[in-house]
Design a protein around this ligand. Sequence first.
Ligand code: UDP
Ligand code: MG
Length: 167
Amino acid sequence: MMQSVLILIKPDGLKKSLTGNILTRLSETKLEIVAAKIVRVSRELAVEHYKHLKDKPFFDELIKYLQGELHDRRKVMALVYWGKDAITKCRQLAGATNPEEADPTSIRGSYGRITTSGVYENAIHVSANEEDAEREIKLWFMPEEIIVDLYPIKEIMQEKRKLKCWD
Ligand code: UDP
Ligand code: MG
């Protein structure tokens, strides 16, 4: 089944200079990268991304983690991979959520750790299923930032909208 999946290299992954290693591991899947960018994560974006965990005791720490406040590295790398069984393949390479339970050869097993406050710093986010992938891709990317048409779009005219452009 052709699927798309949102991948985030989280701030610990960037701080530890793991971008190259993680992208190399993901390239084993032979999936296609259809979008990529570096993002400064606002609190609103982090809360929306992890809203399914908002009642968990570690939620506040998790939001700080995704925003890069725990690593003095306020950015994540966001990518969309597309291809056959993309979600299953990427989740498999990422490994289990808890880095201590993850297969030691997986990305999280290799590079993750549990902080003293109990948050799993696991270097990478991978959408869990097709429904989550669609929600997350639409949250992190605008249609023009993705080189293929993944989901239906609409075109709207907007007046009096302030835009930044090159001078
Ligand atoms: N997380 C955590 N403690 C937990 C569960 C989750 O710190 O007991 C963090 C971890 O960074 C994880 C993220 O919250 O990647 C999102 O959790 P989810 O259950 O969605 O796991 P994932 O889909 O990332 O494997
Ligand atoms: Mg999840």
